[in-house]
Design a protein around this ligand. Structure first.
Ligand code: ADP
Ligand code: MG
Length: 287
C-alpha cells in the first residue's frame, strides 16, 4: 500500500506545476543522482529566430521559400522560425513525399523537385556539395535537386530559468548534470558552458542518445537514479529508457507527455529541483 503522505507529496508538487504520475516516481525523484537534459526546448526556449540567410545563386526570398515548404508540416522547434521568416502563404498542393529524418532534417518533393532542408549531416548523406557556415548558431542547409541553394542561420535563446535550475540541482546534491543534443558542437558547448553543466555530448542521433544514456545509467550508483528531461521530439527513446522520464508539458509533444513519468507543466527546468525537494521531504516523513 502507498503511505498517505505520498499523496500529499504528489499534491504539493502539482500545486507548483509538476505532475508526478505515481508514488514510485516520487521515491525515484528523491534518489536521483544524475540529471540528463535535452537541449532544444528543454534548456533553451525552442523558439528559434532566423538571424542570417546565405543564398547561393538564388534570391534570399527563394531560399526561404524552399525551406518553408520543407518545414511546413514539421513539429520540430526549428520549423516554425523558418515558416514565419518566409511569412507568405504556402500552397499544400505543391508538396509531396514529405520525409522527416530524425537528427537530420527534411526531404520533400516541391513541384516535382527534391528539396532538402537540414544539417550538414543531411547534406553529406545526399552527397550535396555545400559551403559550411561558420557561425555559432543552428544552421539549416537547403538543397534543390542535388544542388546546394544556401543556408539559413537560426538562433535559440537559453531559458532565463535554466542556469538557476542547474545551480539548484547542484546545491541539492545532484552528482552530475549532463546535456545530450543533436545540434552542432559549437552550439551545444556554448550552452553547456553558460549553464555550468558537468558534461555535454553533441551531434547525436536519437540512437546515439540512447547509447550515451546506457553508459550514464551504468555509472549511476546502485541506489541512485537517473532522470532524463526532454520534450520528446527526437528523444522519446531516451525519455523511456531513463529511471525517470521528465517531459516539458507546454512545448513537449503529446506522445512525450503521455509517455513521461513526470511532467513540468510550466516548462521551467528549475521545477525539477523543487520536485526533488518535495519528494525528499515526503520520504523523510514516511520513513
Ligand atoms: P536536440 O537534441 O537539440 O533537441 P534534435 O535531435 O531534435 O536536436 O535535432 C538535431 C539536429 O537535427 C538539429 O539541430 C538540426 O540540425 C537537425 N534537424 C532536426 N529536425 C530538423 C528539421 N525539422 N529541420 C531542419 N533541421 C532539423
Ligand atoms: Mg529535442
Amino acid at each position: 500500500s502507498v503511505p498517505l503522505s505520498f499523496f500529499g507529496g504528489i499534491g504539493g508538487a502539482s500545486k507548483c506545476g509538476v505532475l508526478i504520475k505515481g508514488s514510485n516516481y516520487l521515491e525515484a525523484l528523491a534518489k536521483t543522482e544524475t540529471v540528463v537534459f535535452d537541449k532544444t526546448g528543454t534548456l533553451t526556449k525552442g523558439s528559434f529566430a532566423v538571424s542570417g540567410c546565405f543564398p547561393e545563386k538564388i534570391t534570399k526570398e527563394k531560399l526561404l521559400e524552399l525551406a518553408a515548404y520543407a518545414e511546413k508540416d514539421s513539429n520540430h522547434p526549428i520549423s516554425k522560425s523558418i515558416v514565419n521568416a518566409y511569412g507568405k502563404e504556402l500552397n499544400a498542393s505543391r508538396v509531396a513525399d514529405v520525409q522527416e529524418i530524425a537528427g537530420h532534417g527534411i526531404s520533400i518533393s516541391l513541384d516535382g523537385k527534391t528539396v532538402l532542408a537540414g544539417n550538414s549531416r543531411l547534406m553529406n548523406l545526399n552527397h550535396i556539395k555545400f559551403k559550411p557556415v561558420r557561425e555559432t548558431g543552428t544552421v539549416v542547409y537547403v538543397a534543390e535537386d542535388g544542388i546546394s541553394r544556401g543556408a539559413i542561420l537560426i538562433e535559440d535563446e537559453v531559458k532565463e530559468d535554466a542556469a538557476f535550475a542547474i545551480r539548484e540541482l547542484k546545491q541539492s546534491g545532484i552528482r552530475k548534470t549532463v546535456m545530450l543534443t543533436g545540434d552542432a558542437k559549437a552550439v551545444g558547448e556554448n550552452v553547456a558552458q553558460r549553464l555550468g553543466l558537468d558534461e555535454v555530448y553533441t551531434e547525436l542521433l536519437p540512437a546515439d542518445k540512447v547509447s550515451h544514456m546506457e553508459q550514464l545509467l551504468s555509472q549511476t550508483s546502485e541506489k541512485g537514479k537517473l532522470a532524463f528531461v526532454g520534450d520528446g521530439i527526437n528523444d522519446a527513446p531516451v525519455l523511456a529508457r531513463a529511471d525517470i522520464g521528465i517531459a516539458m508539458g507546454g512545448l513537449g509533444s503529446d506522445a512525450a507527455i503521455e509517455a513521461a513519468d513526470v511532467v513540468i507543466m510550466t516548462d521551467e527546468p528549475s521545477k525539477i529541483a523543487a520536485a526533488m525537494r518535495i519528494s525528499r521531504k515526503t520520504l523523510r516523513i514516511v520513513h
